[in-house]
Ligand binder design. Structure first.
Ligand code: C5P
Ligand code: C5P
Length: 481
């Protein structure tokens, strides 16, 4: 398959060089892996962990909320011989330059920091080869390409490469398909019998779960009024004119529906989403590519690749890093039971925050070019990003302007910024805005054009937001007033 935009040969060469450096590490040399807490970070960290263990190395894995000075300080105290950063590092190269006695290896997909002089770090990042790290490949995809160069046996890790891409919402091709290097990885995984690619309603477990359950469980896209609410899903299906139960009282699966009934369900769900304020384009995007991990049991949350990603994301966002890693590394016994409980807790926590947001009107601020959620101490700083993404589909937020979420985090404010593909097409670069605006307040930030983050001092939210508003008005064409 052909890949447009960048040089895949250059990218593969960088992956090969990183692989050979990692393979040359001696078994007794200390090696620390550092990764991010979301689905992409946990899968990327797990891929490197699996590949390094298989190669006889002795890695330790640490999961962090973000790469900041305090993480660098911790690493400097540990003084590992090598520190491998996955899903982070490219935006913080000047910080990594301060580590003494530790050689960094960066495996990332964020926009790289522009440096005055080359620090000579090993860095595998698709942006450096002409690709877009927010859509062509994720950190876990990048780690996967490195792992493949370490040992072709690691091809078995392809599902994790796709978990990261889907967790980072990179399925932005036509009909919600993966594109670029992600599509190539998916195609190879399909050929290897690890993946099925189908078309249908993008509801979690659409193929294998009762109709109302797949609606209730779906978190991405978040279905306003339906996600997490079995009763509401039951009512909707009934109102569409379909009985959600079989004559024997058990729940109907999609395979129980006639072609006509299925069409009716699809149209009914789309109409419902439009009634909740989604544009027809967004509502229709509920029909699209479904990625199925064929080696996973049908009745688990790991069969549907998007649900796998949400599950791992839930582990990370609730601080259960070890659990997320165990699942990625293949534990399907007690870890799976625990993960189902974590998913339940995650759904509850999101509903709780959404309730809080709808009853605390002061927590919402709408400026001419940006909208914001002031989470303060009420919203967990690990979940504010998820909430900012979901807020696009709830009132009073709209798709016309980016959403900035604030939440207190220790003694700073965590900022999460989210945009839409349309805003990015019109010039939005949240990564650049977060970096520039946060640095003006002595903070730090970065990320992708469509999703980025920062840390700023406590109490600076209003000033920061005004600055972001101004930046957006200057850089994005036609932002609605
Ligand atoms: O660190 P990393 O790149 O993995 O994180 C990107 C984050 O932004 C993810 O948590 C992902 O879900 C989120 N995102 C989003 N909306 C997008 C793209 C990414 O909320 N359109
Ligand atoms: O934390 P959150 O999910 O909002 O992060 C969105 C994106 O911004 C992620 O890709 C994250 O790695 C990136 N980010 C960053 N620098 C920060 C905070 C977040 O590059 N200081």
């Amino acid at each position: 398959m052909s890949l447009s935009g960048g040089s895949f040969a250059d990218f593969e060469e960088k992956a090969r060089l990183a692989a050979s450096q990692l393979l040359s590490i001696k078994p007794d040399e200390s090696l620390l892996l550092i990764s991010h807490l979301d689905a992409d970070g946990l899968s990327a960290g797990s891929i490197m962990m699996a590949a390094l263990l298989k190669a006889g190395k002795s890695p330790h894995l640490r999961i962090v909320k973000q790469l900041d000075e305090s993480v660098i300080k911790d690493i400097s105290q540990l003084r590992p011989r090598f520190a491998v950063f996955t899903d982070m590092g490219s935006g913080q190269k000047s910080m990594l330059g301060k580590m003494d006695g530790t050689t960094p290896v960066i495996i990332d997909h964020h926009q790289p920091e522009k440096m005055d002089k080359d620090l000579g770090f090993m860095e595998v990042n698709a942006h450096l080869c002409g690709f877009d790290g927010s859509s062509d490949i994720s950190a876990s995809g990048t780690a996967f390409r490195v792992a493949l160069k370490m040992d072709p046996y690691n091809a078995l890790l392809a599902p994790l490469a796709l978990v990261g891409a889907l967790g980072d919402l990179q399925d932005k091709g036509e009909r919600s398909t993966l594109t670029g290097i992600n599509a190539m990885i998916a195609e190879e995984a399909e050929k290897a019998g690890l993946l099925g690619i189908k078309k249908g309603l993008k509801l979690y477990g659409f193929e294998s779960r009762p109709l109302i359950k797949c609606m209730e469980y779906t978190l991405d896209p978040f279905l306003p009024g339906l996600s997490g609410d079995e009763g509401a899903c039951f009512k909707l299906i009934k109102s569409i004119g379909i009985d959600p139960r079989r004559p024997d009282g058990s729940w109907k699966l999609v395979s129980d529906l006639s072609k006509e009934d299925l069409k009716q369900v699809i149209n009914g769900v789309i109409k419902y989403l439009i009634s909740q304020g989604l544009s027809s384009r967004e509502a229709e995007s509920i029909v699209g590519a479904i990625y199925v991990f064929t080696k996973e049991d049908a009745d688990t949350p790991l069969r549907d690749a998007r649900e796998f990603a949400s599950s791992i994301n839930a582990c990370g966002r609730l601080g259960k890093y070890g659990l997320g890693i165990s699942i990625c590394l293949g534990d399907r016994s007690r870890a799976l039971t625990e993960m189902k409980e974590v998913l339940q807790e995650y759904r509850k926590s999101i509903s709780g925050y959404l309730n809080w947001l709808s009853t605390n009107k002061d927590a919402t601020k709408i400026l001419p070019h940006v909208q914001a959620i002031y989470g303060g101490t009420a919203i967990d700083d690990k979940i504010i990003g998820t909430l900012a993404s979901i807020a696009f589909s709830i009132k009073p937020f709209s798709n016309d302007k980016p959403i900035i979420g604030f939440a207190n985090s220790d003694n700073v404010v965590k900022v999460s910024a989210r945009g839409t593909a349309d805003l990015v097409r019109r010039g939005l670069n949240l990564g650049a805005i977060m970096k520039e605006a946060s640095e003006k307040f002595g903070g730090a930030g970065g990320g992708h054009t469509i999703a980025a983050g920062a840390q700023i001092p406590l109490g600076k939210e209003d000033e920061f937001l005004r600055m972001v508003d101004e930046q957006i008005s200057k850089t994005v064409s036609g932002v609605k007033l």
